[in-house]
Write a new protein. Structure first.
Length: 384
């Protein structure tokens, strides 16, 4: 096995009283994490570590002051950026990953291809999900809601980070719309070029906490990280003015430590975000919509033209945005379709249900045709 030790990490101002010295302090090893390791002991394990980056054939792992390239865990469990791992010696005397600890939070999405019912885990063990919204392009409301649903469902706390506020005169308008749409989620406005809003953003992250930045290509995530670190650690690229598409300057998910103990995780630009088993996230993001649906006169209200429908009344009087209602329905259909694909029994029941509907509809059509024919026949006999 090829194990490569990295150079010692830069010094930090984290006090040894804030975290055990046996773990990677710069990468979020707090007393809470130390207790997490104590609660999940593993035979032959000698030290804790954290996955910094997932390469094609190896994992970049931090253990103490060292950065190591190690093979995937012996257990065969998939490890992702942010995972905490137990490390121990192998037969050759080098270090190896013996196991992956249970995740305290997990950001995931449905795999990109349409027929998949599997999840793709993007990040693990983050305390916050920073949803990056640049102001130099039109605000996509449905995408923002979808991403916030996934953020809530991850088990972390979402934070909307508006970037490039210095580039657009419409910044105030965008900020206002985002605040209304992301009700219950803190929103901070930043300008990495000017250094504005950086301290405010960092104040939202708990001591020693990890925040993953999530947004489209060219949203300014890498520039934001450079501003927080104080030097260029991430490459940046230009954004085309015609279609607002940016270069993929970030090609992998990687942890970036800050001197104050905060850990950042940059991610490649995400074009699509298919939800995976995100009922909890939808309840957080659309709690007002679900509360309205529960106020309808009839328990089985379809929220269309039924009398006493609280949803349609709220849309009519402006209390609920019609776009938001339709996006809620779309996300619910998406989750239902995913559940059917992942559950063979549900798929068969769904097919039987639709078959019965087709048969019933066919019978109803034949009955209606027969009744019409008999009515015409009776009318004809009366005329005779």
């Amino acid at each position: 096995m090829n194990t490569t030790s990295g150079s010692a990490l830069d010094s930090t101002n984290i006090s040894s009283t804030n975290a055990s010295s046996s773990g990677p302090l710069l990468y979020g090893y707090t007393p809470a994490v130390a207790r997490h390791f104590q609660n999940h002991p593993l035979p032959d394990a000698t030290e804790p570590g954290r996955v910094v980056r997932v390469d094609r054939n190896l994992l970049l792992v931090v253990a103490g002051p060292d950065l190591l390239h190690l093979p995937y865990p012996l257990t065969g469990k998939t490890a992702v950026t942010g995972d905490w791992v137990w490390i121990g010696p192998n037969r050759a005397g080098d270090r190896q990953i013996l196991g992956v600890l249970p995740r305290r939070s997990e950001l995931r999405r449905k795999r990109a291809f349409e027929d998949s019912s599997a999840a793709q885990v993007l990040a693990a063990n983050m305390d916050m999900v920073g949803v990056v919204v640049p102001v130099d392009r039109p605000l996509t409301h449905n995408r923002l809601e979808r991403t916030l649903v996934a953020a809530w469902d991850s088990g972390a706390t979402p934070l909307v980070i508006i970037t490039k506020a210095d580039l657009a005169e419409v910044a105030d308008d965008v900020v206002g719309k985002v605040i209304l749409q992301a009700a219950g989620v803190d929103v901070v406005t930043t300008s990495a070029e000017n250094g504005d809003g950086i301290d405010e953003m960092l104040a939202h992250i708990p001591a020693g906490g990890t925040i993953v930045l999530l947004g489209p290509s060219g949203a300014g995530k890498s520039t934001l990280i450079n501003a927080m670190v104080g030097r260029e650690v991430q490459h940046t690229g230009e954004v085309r003015t015609g279609d607002f598409k940016g270069k993929h300057t970030t090609t992998s998910r990687e942890l970036v430590p800050l001197p104050n103990g905060t850990v950042l995780m940059d991610t490649p630009g995400v074009r699509g975000f298919g939800l995976f088993d995100a009922e909890d996230g939808i309840a957080e993001m659309f709690g007002d919509v679900e509360a309205l649906a529960g106020q309808c006169r009839f328990a089985d209200c379809a929220h269309q033209s039924e009398p006493g429908c609280a949803v349609q009344e709220a849309i009519a009087d402006g209390g609920l945005e019609e776009r938001r209602w339709h996006n809620y329905l779309k996300l619910q259909r998406e989750l239902a379709a995913l559940a059917r694909r992942s559950d063979a029994a549900a798929q068969r029941a769904y097919q039987r249900e639709w078959h019965q509907k087709v048969v019933t509809a066919g019978k109803s059509q034949r009955w209606a045709e027969r009744e019409t024919a008999e009515r015409k026949d009776r009318a004809g006999r009366k005329r005779r």
